[in-house]
Design a protein around this ligand. Structure first.
Ligand SMILES: Nc1ncnc2c1ncn2[C@@H]1O[C@H](COP(=O)(O)OP(=O)(O)OP(=O)(O)O)[C@@H](O)[C@H]1O
Ligand SMILES: [Mg+2]
Length: 250
């Protein structure tokens, strides 16, 4: 799960990681952000139908409950396989990355995003991946999803921090929760410029955070987000590759 304070670069890094990993794995990217819209565009594909719709809509999710959600989604051989979902629920990027989306809050008074967090948790807890498959989850801003225990279903958390104390503070909270829940934890510092790189690393160390990777500020990433087009990256792509190597994923 890719987590962290709002705007730190979770979605951008999720897309770049998914692309790099797609050389080695069959990659699924799960959009569990109930607000933001543009992840499909960043990935270069169209929006899939939300998984919540597969279950009859957001209002039904709590009523159905975990057992029936699993029943509705699991395959005959057991467990939930993202590749077995009907194709309208999985968009494909040009590299073959499968994009799933949990659901979006769109209407005044429709209620909170808790059912989506619950669905994400149930989905992850009951995933059965085939050899060579990997799932990345791009989460919503902040760490509200910890309260619903969404991380329980994951193997680990990659905290994305930008050059702010606030984002490091949230990363520390994520780390402590991962330790308590016996999950892997990694930290990436993103949007880093040469003049602040050392300062930021020292701050992280003082807060008890080990840095797994550093991704530089990259104008190409920034520009493609401005245009809402397919995400492009320059030298930062190599930083993301190093990050994945340090996570033993490449
Ligand atoms: N390495 C980078 N260099 C330059 N700009 C970056 C970098 N990473 C992300 N950005 C920019 O930061 C902004 C936020 O990025 P992104 O949407 O990926 O963050 P996020 O954490 O997913 O945000 P949210 O919390 O809203 O989901 C965008 O304008 C993006 O282009
Ligand atoms: Mg995002």
């Amino acid at each position: 799960m890719v987590c962290g304070k709002g705007g730190t670069g979770k979605s951008a890094l999720s897309v770049l990681m998914a692309r790099l990993l797609s050389d080695k794995y069959k990659v699924y990217l799960i959009d569990s952000d109930e607000s933001n819209e543009l992840l499909p565009k960043m990935l270069g594909t169209s929006s899939p139908r939300p998984l919540a719709e597969y279950l009859g809509g957001k209002q039904k999710i709590f009523k159905i409950g975990e057992i029936n959600i699993v029943k509705a989604l699991e395959t005959a051989s057991g467990g939930i396989k993202p590749g077995a979902l009907p194709e309208e629920y999985v968009s494909r990027s040009p590299e073959g990355i499968g994009l799933l989306t949990i659901g979006k809050v769109r209407k005044l008074g429709e209620g909170c995003a808790c059912p989506f967090n619950f669905l994400t948790k149930v989905f992850l807890k009951n995933l059965r991946l085939d050899e060579g498959e990997i799932v990345l989850v791009d989460t919503d801003a902040g760490i509200e999803h910890i309260g619903r225990g969404v991380e329980e279903g994951s193997d680990g958390v990659l905290a994305v921090a930008d050059p702010t104390v606030e984002s490091l503070t949230l990363a520390k909270i994520l780390k402590d929760n991962c330790e308590a829940g016996a999950k892997d934890f990694w930290l990436v510092l993103n949007k880093v410029t040469p003049e602040i790189s050392d300062i930021l690393k020292k701050m992280a160390k003082r807060m008890g955070l080990e840095v797994t990777g550093v991704v530089r500020y990259d104008p190409q990433i920034f520009r493609s987000s401005l245009q809402g087009s397919k995400l492009e990256a320059g030298e930062a792509l190599n930083d993301v590759k190093l990050l994945l190597e340090h996570m033993n994923l490449l």
